[in-house]
Design a protein around this ligand. Structure first.
Ligand code: ATP
Length: 304
């Protein structure tokens, strides 16, 4: 058994001459939450639909549970729960009745319904009509439906889209609990870094169909540099002056900048500037931001 629940090799989808997904080598580890991040139109849904066999790849391979989707599609899909685009439900039925429709099709028992409702914390509201549910509750019902066959892998495409802050919190809580309580592996897509950052331990960033980053969230954080910005009387001269002492100062919007945030280095920089007789009018410490890295990797023109 490999470490990967999902493993794709050069996965590619072309619509006419346009690549939607290009040479994707996705590696989703067992038991964790994989955050699949990218701007709108980056190729997340297309990738997810290929994983679920809803869209046929142009080239490349998909292995899920160490099986090739081309050969073992049915066996693989039996172990996956998914929520792609908005969940479908009957508004005139209760949450419980909606799930019963699914268990009948799958030949599952009442216990499965109770279990799924309890996981998404909808037991109390199970006998209310779904048309009276909040958006967050409807989304949780969609996830309950995805969980009903006790899947090993849960794939959620932008599950918090359109939800209010309370709804987002509900889904976030659920995504954090499931791997711990059930050992489920989760792949969740989003265009919001802040969303993925809260729940995922592994990150894949897709940009214009290509994977531009894939590693742990911690590794991504290590790439993040903070910086200091100083307003000085002669910024260009000050940068040259500092660089003669081995600093890497640069100018951004007429501010003198250095990619340092640790206290000792900040103090040394200011001391050097004072010794060089530069006037310091203003000083700002810019804390490291994951968002900056995301923008760097995916292009500034599409900032979040
Ligand atoms: N059936 C299709 N025919 C032609 N082009 C398509 C089709 N489906 C998707 N695309 C194109 O593929 C690219 C990736 O779309 P996709 O929906 O996978 O992106 P996404 O990252 O999921 O974004 P969003 O969150 O907006 O859905 C887009 O340029 C889209 O227009």
């Amino acid at each position: 058994m490999s470490d990967w629940v999902i493993h794709t090799n050069l996965l590619t989808k072309k619509y006419r001459k346009q690549y939607s997904v290009k040479n994707l080598n996705l590696q989703v580890a067992r038991g964790g939450v994989y955050g699949f991040l990218g701007h709108n139109g980056a190729g997340k849904t297309t990738t997810i639909k290929m994983l679920l066999g809803m869209v046929k790849q142009t080239s490349g391979n998909i292995c899920i549970f160490d099986r090739n989707i081309k050969r073992d599609r049915k066996t693989i899909l039996q172990k996956i729960g998914s929520l792609v685009e908005s969940p479908t439900y009957y508004g005139h039925l209760t949450g419980h009745e909606n799930l019963r429709v699914i268990t009948r099709v799958l030949g599952l028992s009442e216990k499965h319904i109770q279990d799924a409702l309890s996981l998404v914390r909808l037991t109390k509201d199970a006998h209310r009509l779904v048309k009276n549910y909040s958006l967050g509750m409807k989304q949780r019902l969609g996830i309950a439906a995805a969980l009903i066959g006790n899947p090993e892998l849960l794939i959620l495409d932008e599950p918090t889209n359109g939800l209010d802050p309370a709804g987002i919190l509900e889904i976030r809580d659920l995504i954090t609990r499931l791997p711990k309580e059930r050992g489920v592996t989760i792949l969740i897509s989003s265009h919001l870094l802040s969303e993925i950052e809260q729940t995922a331990n592994y990150i894949g960033i897709i940009n214009k169909g290509e994977l531009v980053y894939q590693d742990t969230l911690d590794a991504l954080k290590k790439q993040v540099k903070g910086r200091i910005e100083l307003e000085v009387n002669q910024p260009m001269e000050a940068a040259h002056y500092l660089n003669r002492f081995g600093w890497h100062a640069y100018i951004d919007e007429n501010k003198l900048c250095l990619d340092v945030t640790d206290k000792e280095k900040v103090a040394q920089t200011i001391r050097s500037l004072v010794q060089g007789s530069f006037d310091i009018f203003d000083f700002r410490r810019m804390e490291p931001s994951l968002e900056n890295i995301f923008i760097e990797l995916t292009g500034k023109e599409q900032s979040l």
